[in-house]
Design a protein around this ligand. Structure first.
Ligand SMILES: [Zn+2]
Length: 911
């Protein structure tokens, strides 16, 4: 008789690469585990399967120590006995960019394929919640399922173990929800058959309540737990004792296949992000602001790679396609794929959930900073190479050698105006070359020191600029071709702002800098007010306590009391913020401020506001309140308004001298709305401001703080206020009358985990290791901006304002020379405005340009991409760059394609 239930036992380990031990410490254990696993697979043919946690980085980590075992690993992976991938690492999904998650999967697929087989299961068991677009991202790799744990479950409509989960574009995956113990149901089975049978029967009875099919799973293994060699023999014996179930060692691939074939037609469908599940297990919401410096550095590294290094390397490569000698400098005509991947790898190694979340030992996070630096150093050098290579090809030969040129680059997909920051160097008259035979060493064309200049655009119109600083200095230029020592040049250096207008999308505009006898001054485009400033769109008044009163001149809406500091206690841990029972909240409202005008030019005005915030030194010893003893936190912020800007830019510097606290900055919106809108990963997520009743939650309390990428917005459809941030991923919109937006700057805690949190009554969420570095007692600089607007975030083009803030134009100087490029051009244009470019790169395995975009809108649309080079052929690909279907270009330079609402599209264009 056929037994009704089939129990798939999954032998696995969950490998946090670094956490309560460092990477090197854990790796010693990893090598021990893999050695043991190979031994089991070799000596026990009945041990048919082991799951390596959905990752591939473990292979690299192991083989770096024991490269001699590569073929042995390959043999078992190819045979399906050892499952690796689809991920490179198990990321936190909310704290990294969508593009980073795609690269993680590309790398995971590539490595697993090198070993023979990639597991096509969306196994992502531990991350702290799941982004709304994960089903679409997985489908982009041909994965039609997901297995997850946190962020979901425990509510009345969340009682099953199987669902469908739909992304905002409609992409659907089969979704398997792990039980409340997650993947740790049993570390090892008891060796005694009877006890093992009792355990399996108990789990079966619990899981059949949740199951929609006769197929159940039991995970054996957990965090850093090695496989149990006797497993096949134990299961064989238990099988004989079970009346209504067959128990078998199995793989996730097999288990998913069985489920897919037998789930009911009317299987429940879920939509949206998963940031709940608080009756099921921990979500750990405080990680959005733990060790904020990591989040800031991550944003910097991601932006450098995604917006500069990769797209501009691709543009240089595109120029070289038709004319191989186009970029003559060595290395410039080939695409630096290996270096780009190395930079991505260092970055991705910082994206595991215990790493980027900041919930590990101090040493772990110190080592992350080195990886961020390595990633950025590669990306920065590649960026400079590309920008210089393009500048060297612009034809500037119609000007005399005394004229210099500034090339303003715009990596974003729309035409923009910007007050751009630049430096221009003029050689001093004394500068002569002592090495006559090297042609690239410039000789000064100036007979006297350059005292000033005018700037003209490509049509000869004079462009206003503002001087920041002038100095005579020495510059060290590394040898361009490894034939000499570095070259020392003496220059007159001007640091300026220039008003660059109509900079083409994914392109540049070159400006002539013509030396004059004197510096020019221009009439003001931004007006100074007593303790304030005003341009055509905004008026900013700075109040005596340093807060801002902002008037949106396009809507006449006034925003008073903006930018007030709020300091409160935090007796939580690296996983969760937690308020002390007797909290004492300090505000800067009553705090006098010193207000100074520090920059007053025609293009930008900046005020510096200095304050000393007196706050409790630390928590009281019983952790129920904040200490009577106080310390001062010196804070200075620069508030800038530029000509033509629709946002107020703020740079805040402070030295954190207090412990056990959370510091936020508040912006009362005064707008009636029940929702916030925050940029996510290929999504802008609408979230209710009102929280559910905390009394209903006994494990972890619902948190009003949420993740964001570059902005959060509160609007009523008529007007709105957006707070833009650079690497500050935590916000709250308070459920108060003024709908105050709170932006977290930092929080300080000193243990990975504690068992006494009011916000997490369920107890410890990890190991209670000391982490004094989590207090973040250091100097910090934060970048953010305020953008009041008309309409919604969409009609108000808030995403454009946010991306312009986070990705300012870069300016490169070049001289007069011949070239093939005009003074102003766009390499890639995309329309309509709702399509946002996410990646521009060379294809991994073929000679084509890859452009990825997504539709940030609820409307389907026809997208069009215009390329500088003629398009020979075009195709749509999946996210893994496999060709899906050909697209016929609709003209020599353009290709059109259909895009669903919130759909991600990847195009491969051959030139
Ligand atoms: Zn984990």
């Amino acid at each position: 008789m056929k037994k009704p239930y089939e129990i798939h036992v999954i032998s696995h380990t969950h490998w946090d690469r670094e956490w309560y031990l460092t990477f090197q410490q854990f790796r010693l254990k990893l090598v021990e585990l893999v050695d043991g696993l190979l031994e089991i697979l070799e000596t026990n043919p009945e041990f048919i399967h082991f799951n390596f946690d959905g990752q591939t980085i473990v292979l690299e980590d192991y083989l770096e120590i024991k490269p001699q075992n590569k073929e042995r690993l390959k043999q078992y992976i190819q045979a399906g006995k050892l499952a690796v991938g689809p991920w490179y690492i198990l990321p936190d999904e909310f704290l990294v960019s969508a593009e980073a998650t795609i690269r993680n999967l590309i790398l995971g697929h590539r490595l697993a394929a090198e070993f023979g087989k990639v597991m096509k299961v969306g196994y992502i068991p531990d991350p702290f919640g799941h982004i709304s677009q994960m089903p679409q991202i997985l489908r982009g790799f041909g994965i039609d399922n997901i297995i997850l744990w946190r962020g979901f479950g425990g509510e009345a409509d969340q009682t099953s173990s199987e669902y469908y989960w739909d992304a905002p574009d409609g992409s659907r995956v089969l979704f398997v929800h792990l039980p409340n113990v997650g993947y740790s149901e049993t570390l090892h089975f008891p060796n005694a058959t009877k006890q093992a049978a009792v355990l399996i029967t108990r789990l079966k009875e619990a899981y059949q309540q949740r199951a929609t099919t006769p197929y159940l799973s039991i995970f054996t293994g957990s965090d850093h737990i090695k496989p149990q060699a006797e497993l096949p023999q134990i299961l064989k014996q238990v099988n004989a004792q079970l009346d209504d179930a067959v128990v078998m060692q199995s793989s996730l691939t097999e288990y998913i296949a069985k489920l897919r074939a037998s789930v009911p037609d009317d299987l429940q469908v879920m939509r949206g992000e998963f940031r709940g599940g608080l009756k099921h297990t921990y979500l750990l919401t405080g990680v959005l602001s733990t060790r904020m410096y990591l989040k800031q550095e991550n944003e910097k590294a991601q932006t450098l790679l995604e917006k500069w290094a990769e797209p501009f390397a691709a543009m240089v490569w595109m120029l070289g396609v038709k004319k191989p000698d186009f970029c003559q400098k060595p290395g410039f005509s080939t695409y630096p794929q290996e270096f780009l991947w190395q930079s991505w790898k260092y970055l991705l190694q910082n994206h595991p959930h215990d790493s980027i979340c900041g919930c590990s030992l101090d040493a772990v996070h110190e080592q992350m900073m080195t990886r961020f630096a390595w990633s950025e150093e590669i990306a920065e050098e590649l960026t400079q190479n590309s920008l210089n290579a393009i500048a060297a090809q612009i034809d500037t030969s119609d000007t005399p050698s005394t004229v210099q040129h500034l090339v303003v680059y715009n990596p974003l997909g729309w035409t923009r105006d910007e007050v751009a920051h630049a430096t221009i160097d003029f050689l001093t008259p004394e500068q002569t070359s002592s090495v006559e035979f090297l042609p690239y060493i410039p000789k000064s064309p100036y007979t006297e020191e350059v005292k000033g200049f005018i700037i003209r655009d490509e049509q000869g119109r004079e462009i206003p600029y503002q001087l920041i600083k002038k100095q005579i200095c020495q510059k060290v230029l590394p040898s361009p071709d490894l034939t000499t020592f570095p070259i020392l040049l003496q220059v007159v250096q001007f640091e300026i702002l220039l008003h660059a207008q109509n900079i083409p999308p994914c392109g540049y505009a070159a400006y002539q800098v013509i030396p004059q006898k004197t510096l020019k001054t221009y009439s003001a485009g931004v007006q100074q007010l007593p303790y304030g400033m005003e341009n055509e769109y905004l008026r900013v008044n700075i109040q005596p306590n340093g807060s801002l009163l902002i008037t949106d001149k396009s809507t006449d809406k006034v925003y008073p009391d903006c930018h007030v500091f709020e300091d409160s206690g935090d007796v939580g841990d690296e996983y969760n913020y937690s308020y002390p029972l007797r909290d004492r909240i300090v505000s800067s409202i009553g705090c006098p401020a010193n207000i100074e005008l520090v920059e007053q030019g025609p293009l930008r005005i900046t005020y510096k506001v200095s304050q000393r915030l007196t706050v409790p030194k630390c928590a009281e010893p019983d952790r129920q309140g904040r200490s009577q003893e106080t310390v001062e936190i010196p804070i200075s912020l620069c508030i800038s308004l530029s000509v033509g800007a629709k946002r107020v830019d703020i740079t805040t510097e402070l030295e954190n001298t207090a412990r056990d606290h959370r510091l936020r900055v508040l912006f009362p919106s005064g707008i009636h709305s029940d929702y916030s809108h925050a940029e996510g990963q290929f999504d802008v997520v609408q979230r209710p401001i009102q929280l559910p009743d905390p009394n209903d939650y006994q494990i972890e309390k619902p948190s009003p703080t949420y993740p964001q990428q570059s902005f959060v917005d509160v609007n009523d459809g008529e007007v709105g206020l957006a707070v833009i941030n650079k690497g500050l991923p935590e916000y709250e919109v308070k459920d108060d009358a003024r709908r105050t937006i709170a932006l977290t700057l930092l929080r300080g805690v000193d243990q990975i985990s504690r068992g006494d949190l009011l916000t997490r009554p369920g107890g410890n969420a990890g190991w209670p290791c000391q982490t004094p570095g989590g207090q973040c007692l250091r100097k910090h600089t934060f970048y953010y901006a305020l953008a009041p607007h008309r309409g919604t975030w969409q009609t108000g083009l808030v995403h454009r304002e946010a991306h312009q803030h986070n990705v300012p134009c870069r300016v490169v100087q070049t001289d007069s020379h011949q070239g093939n490029l005009s003074r102003k051009m766009s390499f890639i244009e995309i329309s309509p405005a709702s399509l946002i470019i996410s990646a521009i790169k060379k294809a991994e395995t073929h000679d084509a340009l890859i452009i990825r975009c997504y539709n940030a809108s609820n409307e389907a649309t026809t997208g069009e991409i215009r390329l500088y080079q003629p398009i020979k052929s075009a195709a749509l690909t999946n996210l893994n760059e496999d060709i899906l279907e050909a697209v016929t270009p609709n003209s020599e330079h353009t290709v059109a394609f259909q895009v669903r609402p919130w759909e991600v599209k990847t195009l491969s264009l051959e030139m």
